[in-house]
Design a protein around this ligand. Structure first.
Ligand code: MRU
Length: 361
């Protein structure tokens, strides 16, 4: 994708340095800042502090983090400790565990001296696969959107959170079909919900703006009205974990949009790569949902002056706050799942038509 007119990925290996460069997403949309990660601690901090975020990108960063840990020390004890520390950073996005397992299984049987290089190659392969998978999600999703959006006027789409290229290595998941449509010259407008309290919608507005795609930021609570008024042709979101029965964990607020879309008879699509599907998880009730600090509601972040970015207290620290970061949309509310292999109903049978090799799980 483009930033200030230049092609860019969210994470890129720095040649021969055993380090990667990331976009610091905590600085966006106010500043565009690149950061170098060169150690296990750097990778842990980047994921915990949400300098990188979004399910696929968390997985890729963790994979590189494990490779960096092995460059520090490659014995079994350190491999296990680094794996455990990275796995504990964020609970909901299963891509994290999927990517760590891949790197772990790749290096575990190797002599310690060979581990760091092998882990690095595996992390790079995961990153490249993510790019290709998201590109294909764009193609499959575009076919689906053509079927539900009118050919004669602009497409009016709605998304939630940020499931764009910032949440992946490139292209995005939910936004990939939108980018594919735009690339074909189709006129598109995107309703972007703010996504309180972390405001990932501001990242979506920023990246759509960088590509020149028309969009409008809305408060989360405005989505139901727009859907009920018939101002949306389709809702498309990403996912942090899809259970084997098609239930979808995604950013808090996704469920409310799915309910409103169902009531308005607007299609509700979920786009995600294989690494987001957890065939070992029977249903949404078994998905661990991250509970985050109440300070994310107590404080607002933003620009306080021409050059200053700062915080504003909304409410006293003594006020009790609950801050669940994800919710589960029941499979029955999902019109279609979109993955790199195609589209399917949000059911176990539907998922197995795309991934028949998982039938044994
Ligand atoms: O807490 P975040 O910002 O990491 O959550 C991200 C989301 O919920 C995205 O919608 C999800 O990861 C899909 S991204 C391709």
């Amino acid at each position: 994708m483009q930033v200030l007119g230049k092609p860019m990925r969210t994470i890129r290996p720095l040649t021969d340095e055993g380090a990667v460069e990331i976009i610091d997403q905590t600085a966006l949309p106010h500043a565009f800042r690149l950061l170098r990660l060169s150690s296990l601690d750097d990778a842990l901090r980047a994921i915990v502090d949400m300098q990188v975020r979004g399910a696929p990108l968390i997985g890729v960063t963790a994979a590189y983090g494990l490779a960096m840990a092995l460059a520090e020390r490659a014995d079994d004890a350190h491999l296990d400790a680094a794996h455990a520390a990275l796995a504990a950073t964020r609970p909901t996005a299963v891509n994290l565990h999927w990517a760590l397992r891949r790197v772990y299984q790749r290096v575990h049987g190797l002599a310690p001296a060979a581990r760091a290089a092998a882990a690095w190659r595996e992390a790079a392969a995961i990153a490249e696969e993510d790019v290709e998978q998201c590109r294909r999600i764009g193609e499959h999703g575009l076919r689906l959107l053509r079927a539900c959006c009118p050919p004669a006027r602009r497409w009016r789409l709605m998304t939630h959170c940020n499931a764009g290229w910032l949440a992946t290595v490139d292209h995005g998941t939910a936004l990939a079909p939108i980018y594919a449509a735009f690339a074909e010259g189709i006129e598109v407008h995107v309703w972007v919900s703010e996504t309180r309290p972390r405001n990932q919608g501001l990242l979506t507005a920023w990246e759509l703006g960088q590509q020149g795609i028309a969009h409008t930021l809305i408060a989360d609570n405005a989505a139901g009205l727009l859907l009920a008024r018939g101002e949306v042709d389709a809702v498309i979101v990403g996912a942090d974990r899809i259970a084997a029965n098609g239930d979808v964990a995604n950013k808090i607020g996704t469920y409310l949009k799915a309910l409103a879309a169902a009531a308005a008879q607007v299609p509700f699509y979920v786009a995600a790569p294989r690494s987001t599907i957890d065939f070992s998880c029977p249903d949404g009730a078994a998905i661990p949902l991250e509970e985050r600090s109440g300070d994310e509601l107590r404080w607002l972040h933003g620009r306080t002056g021409a050059d200053a970015v700062g915080c504003l207290r909304q409410i006293d620290a003594s006020v009790p706050v609950a801050n669940p970061a994800f919710d589960v949309t029941p499979a029955a509310c999902v019109s279609t799942l979109i993955s790199e292999r195609g589209c399917c109903p949000a059911t176990r049978a539907g998922l197995l038509t795309l991934y028949p090799e998982e039938a044994h799980v």
